[in-house]
Each structure stands twice: as structure tokens, then as C-alpha cells.
Design a protein around this ligand. Sequence first.
Ligand SMILES: Cc1ncc(COP(=O)(O)O)c(C=O)c1O
Length: 362
Amino acid sequence: MPDWKNPPRLFIPGPVKVNDDVLKQLARPTLGHRGKEYAMLHKETVDMLKTILFTQQNVFLSTSSASGLWEAAIRNCVGFDEKVLCACCGAFSDKWADVAASCGRQVEALKVEWGRPTLPEMIDEKLATGQFAALTIVHNETSTGLMNPVADISAMMKRKYPDVLIFVDSVSGMVGLPLKFDEWGWDVAFASVQKAFAIPPGLTVAAVSHRALDKSKKVPGRGYYFDFQEFAKAAEKNQTPTTPAIPHIMALHYQCTKLVAEGMENVWRRHKEMGDFVRDWATRKFGLFCDPKYASNTLTTVKNTRSINVAEVIAAVQAKHNTAFGNGYKKLKEQTFRIAHMGDISLGDLKELLGWIDAEIG
Ligand SMILES: Cc1ncc(COP(=O)(O)O)c(C=O)c1O
């Protein structure tokens, strides 16, 4: 019987397992959000995030899930008379294009088949038309387990299209995958904390470049809740515009302290090791949905080459071990399944899970 008070250990690609020491941070006594104590917590957290994201520009904390930042990037930084190119390679990047259109902007979707990457030359060909003010792209497409070659795309854009803004959904990428915000010339990059930060959902981290912030001043109709100008004004006092999710920020401070101590190169390496381990298993037992060159280091989408009944195996592992992994996303259901390897999930956790799946599939 499902019991929300005794939930399964989560290997779905977000929310992921949260360790007890992190959960405890959410139970600290609360602070007044306009008091000195909060300002201290805010500043220390943002400073650590700047180290983690390799930026000296702006970092905002949004009490929302990441979908709010899809809207924020567009509403703050793309004028109604401008066109945005949306690189689409799966459910989440597709959705961002829909959101941009729903904000009344002119959108062109650059679609590739699910499981395939968006390559620099594809973007180059579109941007060469001179029609676009901005690009949206997903760092790591959670529906397919694909990493886009964002470093190569960024280098190409820096060289050839320095005026085109780059907005990156790094929801299942940030922390787990290399991300160098300033060096790569990004303008907005964001992630909700229920992925590789390994915190319960309810908060989003966003890096925003100075030029994106400047641009937002001139874009009308930004609304209030996600207005970058409001965030910037509040940030001068180490605050947020509205009452933030303070427990989440305490947990974020705790997680950032550990990440900074570990060092991001080591954190990325740890994720790659977990990715290699799960990919090795998946390749021996099934197949990979994505080309291994672009297969994600934060989750693996396994191709169901043995035609197992995925839902039944998931249910059996949950019933016996109170542990859950993910079926394929929407149209990939049963054709694939997904295993997260990010945040505080460890190699030991993964060995256990894969052993239990092995026991079910025989
Ligand atoms: C790549 C990607 N983008 C955006 C989202 C939406 O994030 P949120 O659910 O935090 O709004 C998700 C959620 O899984 C995601 O994986």
C-alpha cells in the first residue's frame, strides 16, 4: 500500500532522494526575511552559488519551481518585437518553446528527434539568418537523458553571435554537469533544487548576466513575481522581493557548503562515475536510448530492448524494497525507463538498485 509518510527512496529523475541531514535543515527555526539573520544566510548562500556556477554576476533565489524561470527568461529579456530560437530535443525543451509562445513572443522551434543532441552547426545555420535575439536550450533533457553540447554551442555563439542572448534550462544539469556561466557567456541559467542539489522541491536557483539584467529594464510587461529588476533591487540588501522559502534556503546553504568543500571538478567527476556505472549496466543488460557520447551523467534512459513490463518491475522493486525508479517519459513509457544518478545518490545506492532490478528481470 502506498504511504506518503513512508515514501520510497527516489531514483526517479527528480525529485531525488534527500538525505536526513539535509531534511533536518528544513526544520530549523525560521527567520524574519527582512532581518539581519536572513540577509546573512542569503549572502552566504549566493556567494557559494557564485563559486558553484563560476559566475561573478547575479544569482537570484526564486520561491517557485523551475518552470517559473522559463517564463522569467522570456518575459524579462525578449521584446515583443523580437524573435527567440528555441532548441527542442525532448519534452522539457519543447515545453519551453510553448511557454515562450504563450508569453506572446515570436518563437521558432529548432526540433531534433528525441534522444538526439542539438549541435552547434544547427544553431549556427538558424542564427545566420540574423532574425534572432535569443536562444533557449536545455543543458540536460530529463525526458530522454541527453546532454546537449552546451560548451561547444556557447563557444560558437561567442565567436559568431555575441549579441544573441543564451538562456539555459539546467534543471537536471546544474551541479551534476560542468557549467561555467561567465566563461560560456550565458545570460540566464536555472535549476530547481529537487534535482542535483538534492533538496525537496520548492526553490529555484537562477544566474542572470549583467547584460540580461540591463536588457530587462527596457522590456515592458515583465509582471511582478519574476521581474529581474525586483530581484536585483532586493539582492542589494541580500533579500528577495517576496517572502522566500527560508527552510529551503537553509538546506541550500548546507548543500552548497558541501559542494564548495568537495570542489566542482570533483562533484562533476563523481556524477560521471555514477553515469559510467549505470551506462555500463544498461549496455550489458539492455541498451542506451541516447548516443553514449551525449548520454547524461545525471540520469540514464535505458532502452527496453528485452521488452520487460517496466511498470511491473517498478512496482515489484517498490513493493519489496520501498525504492522507486522512473518509467519512460510520456511517449517513451515502457519503451524506456529512467534511473537518476545525481545529488546525494551514491554508487552504493545504485549498486543496490541495479541488483534489485536484475533480480526482477532474471
Ligand atoms: C529539464 C527540465 N526543465 C524544466 C523542468 C520543470 O521544472 P519544475 O518541475 O521545477 O518546474 C523539469 C522538471 O523535471 C526538467 O526536467
